[in-house]
Ligand binder design. Structure first.
Ligand SMILES: [Zn+2]
Length: 87
């Protein structure tokens, strides 16, 4: 059986619902008005703000799909803890 891989995603690599509770925004002034800009994520494990989400899956596509569905995805700190406790 293939060993699952570890994958890392930034906000612009994922097609998350704009209302996804994990997305973190800030407001930015532009010539056309005030717009919401995605800063990163809020980790579901520790609630900390992070730039990337990590996930373990059999392929990058599977990891992307599961993160977009809200099934998996953790900050680096939580993911390291998960790996350390798994063995
Ligand atoms: Zn975390």
């Amino acid at each position: 059986m293939a060993r699952p891989g570890v994958f890392r995603f930034t906000a612009d690599e994922l097609n998350l619902n704009p209302k996804d509770h994990r997305l973190q925004y800030h407001w930015a002034e532009t010539k056309s008005g005030t717009v919401q800009v995605i800063d990163g994520f809020k980790c579901g494990g520790c609630n900390w703000e992070c730039d990337s989400l990590y996930a373990e899956a059999n392929s990058r596509d599977e990891a992307k799909h599961l993160i977009e569905a809200g099934e998996i995805g953790m900050c680096g700190e939580c993911f390291a803890e998960y790996l350390a406790e798994k063995e």
